[in-house]
Structure formats: C-alpha cells, structure tokens
Design a protein around this ligand. Structure first.
Ligand code: 3PG
Ligand code: MG
Length: 399
C-alpha cells in the first residue's frame, strides 16, 4: 500500500471530507436487497467522523445519463446507511449548487451527509472540469472508497483529484491490498479459475491471465468454445464457434508462457435449460447431438480441486456451470467450498470478484471463507485484464 495515499497520510479533523462511495446497491421496489457495498464503507466513514471530520458521501446510482430520474435517487440508501453506521445520516437533494452547499454548511464535525446521485448531472460521466470544480467546492480533501467504480474516469472518481488532495479510503485500501496479493505480487503457484457464459467478453482477461498465472482453469459456457475449437462436438451447448481461432491463440500464448490450461474432461448434459431437467454426466467425447452442457462433471471438479490443492494463490471469476438453476450449481459449489477449506487451512490465498461471482459464492455459502471477495464487477474484470484503473491511478503517491 505504500504506493497509495491513505487516510493515514491525512489529518481530517475539522475538514470537509468528500468520500466517493459505491452506493450502487441492488434494489427492488425502492428497498436495498443487498447491503454489502454499504457495509464495506462503514469503516472509512466512522473513522473520518470519529476523528472529527465531516463525512460527505458522493456516489452514483444506476445509469440516469445526466437527467434526474426519481427512482434512481440516493435517498433510498440513507436509512440502510444510517443503520449500518449506527448514527444519523443527512441527505441533500443535489450533489452541487445551493442545496449541497447549504447541507454541507450546516454540518458539524463528526456528522455524515449523503449528496444526491452524481449521475443526475451530465458533467459526471463526461468528467467535465467545471462540474468537478463544483463538486470540489464542498470539500477540503477527497477520499475515494469506491474501487468498484474506479474503472470509470468520471468527475467524482478522477476529476476531484485535480482539485483536491486525494486519498484511498479503507475499503479501497483493503481491495488494493487483496488484489496485489492476488495477481500483483502473488505467492506461487497461482491458479486462476475463469467461468461464465462467453469467451467474447473475457478475451483480454484470458490473454492477460495466461501470461501471469501458472494454471488457468476454464469452466462455464466459455469452456465449450475451447472444447469445440479442439474438435469436440458440443451438441446444442452454448458455444461461440466463430471464436475458435481466438481460443487457439490463447492456448498458444499459454504454451509460450508456460501456463497450463485445464479444460473439462467430463460434463453434465441436459436437453433443456430448466431447473431439475433430466440430466447425465458424460465424458466430453460423448456429448449427445441434442445435449446441452450445463455443468462440469465430478471428474472435472476433482481435477480443479487438485489444482487448487497445489496452488498458493487462487484468483476466481465466473461460475463453472449454470449455477442459478439446480442441480447445475454442483461444480461451482463443490470447487468453491474446496477453495474455502484450503483457505481456512491456511495454505491458500483466495481472491474472487466480478459480477455473478459474488452471487455464486454466496449461493455456495463460502463468500466468508475466501481471503477476499471483491464487490466490484467491471472494475474487477479490468483489473484482471491488467488494465490501469483511472480512479486508482490518481491515488498513487507519485500522482
Ligand atoms: C457497478 O455497479 O459495477 C459500479 O457501481 C459501476 O457502475 P456502472 O457500471 O454503471 O459504471
Ligand atoms: Mg457495472
């Protein structure tokens, strides 16, 4: 962490601290359905408040594209946030202008305020400098605690750092530390498990991983594309046949880099994509022409578990099968539980993140059993692709 400025480098007492949080939480009928992202920022907000700072939270919600959209108001997160903090939280109906200035002006040290959705202004996503100045007018310092929005070069993630001294919050710091131990300077051997539906959305990620890890396990729908590229008949399975050439290139790059690729040896097939569809396990060279691969077989899982046993570090993104419908969650659940056991036994550092991954690990009941589970979707993927994240870059000590 020494390369990033953190709250340790900052005296917040009496200061107006603009905290960029990710409050883009799952919501149904105006109620927050998963508070993980809220819970993660508690530490930073409490620390700032207890040190006598004024914690002013900036965040986006949804994609209102520069317009005020009533059901994308951050008002809905105020109560769950107050509950998580165990203290009152004020709200201002705009993140800039007179409403924001008045609410900030009324604060005393130790108080917490949430400003309305930054994306209600077009200047946010455009990183308009005039808008960044307006945001900066309400703060003395900028603390970014939103790793999961750090892949966006927006006014509240990057622009503010042009006008205020910028620091990583505790959640950002924990995320950067975990990611560093996952792929930055990991203990070897490193195994990456990548699943999910499509190769097309993860080409850059696979290319980066083969150059950096010792073993790459490919599961999920994307494994079908690799199997088909090897001449395996995958029947009616989800498969991007047009990406055969890409799959070959990734395999060749892996050979060059000395990275082993592990593909499934057996799979669970069904004739329809519904829960509890009639199914069976077959070796990959026996997939029926009308069969659909919905999960990995037990032998494939044993091979994956053996890879995990031999690894010191595991990086995981994406489910191994159609985990959202039973019983095709079996491989994902079994391998995730195995990884959690190895982590608990102390011989594995396990880092997971990205979209469906958190849902899959929660489903397996093992999110707590991993060393670190990122709440980031796109930002985690871009990090796995080896890209510099603009919202992280501005927090570097040299920046
Ligand atoms: C997320 O939920 O992935 C982050 O909050 C970023 O949101 P975005 O994808 O709308 O930029
Ligand atoms: Mg996203």
């Amino acid at each position: 962490m020494s390369t990033f400025k953190t709250i340790d480098d900052l005296d917040v007492a009496g200061k107006r601290v603009l905290v960029r949080a990710d409050l883009n939480v799952p919501m149904a009928d105006g109620r927050v359905t998963d508070t993980t992202r809220i819970d993660r920022i508690v530490r930073t907000v409490i620390e700032i408040a207890d040190k006598g700072g004024k914690a002013i939270l900036l965040a986006h919600f949804g994609r209102p594209k520069g317009a005020v959209v009533a059901d994308m108001s951050l008002k809905s997160v105020v109560e769950p946030l107050a509950e998580a903090l165990g203290r009152p939280v004020a709200f201002a109906a705009d993140c800039v202008g007179p409403d924001a200035a008045e609410a900030v002006g009324n604060m005393v040290p130790g108080e917490v305020l949430v400003l309305e959705n930054t994306r209600f202004h077009a200047g946010e996503e455009a990183d308009d400098d005039g808008f960044a100045r307006q945001l900066a007018a309400n703060g003395d310092v900028f603390v970014n605690d939103a790793f999961s929005a750090a892949h966006r070069a927006h006014a509240s993630t990057v622009g503010l750092a042009r006008h205020l001294p910028a620091f990583a919050g505790r959640a950002m710091q924990a995320e950067l530390d975990a990611l560093e131990s996952g792929l930055g300077a990991p203990k070897r051997p490193v195994v990456a498990v990548v699943g999910g539906a499509k190769v097309s959305t993860k080409i850059a990620l696979l290319e980066n991983l083969v150059a950096r890890v010792d073993t790459l396990v490919i599961g999920g729908g994307m494994a079908n594309t690799f199997l088909a590229a090897n001449g395996i008949d995958v029947g009616k399975s989800l498969c991007e046949h047009d990406l055969a050439e890409t799959a070959h290139k990734i395999v060749l790059a892996a050979v060059d880099a000395g990275c082993d690729i592990l593909l499934p040896s057996d799979v669970v097939v069904a004739r329809e994509f519904v829960a509890n569809a009639e199914h069976g396990t077959v070796p990959i060279n026996r997939i029926p022409p009308d069969g659909m691969i919905l999960d990995l077989g037990a032998q494939s899982v044993r091979s994956i578990n053996a890879c995990i046993d031999g690894a010191a570090t595991l990086v995981w993104n994406g489910p191994l099968g159609a985990f959202e419908i039973e019983p095709f969650d079996a491989a994902t659940v079994a391998a995730a539980r195995h990884a959690a056991r190895c982590t608990r036994a102390g011989h594995l550092v396990s880092v997971a993140g990205g979209g469906d991954t958190v849902a899959a690990l929660n489903h397996a009941g093992v999110a707590e059993g991993f060393s670190y589970v990122s709440t980031a979707g796109g930002a985690f993927l871009e990090w796995m692709e080896g890209k510099a994240l603009p919202g992280v870059e501005v927090l570097r000590k040299t920046a």
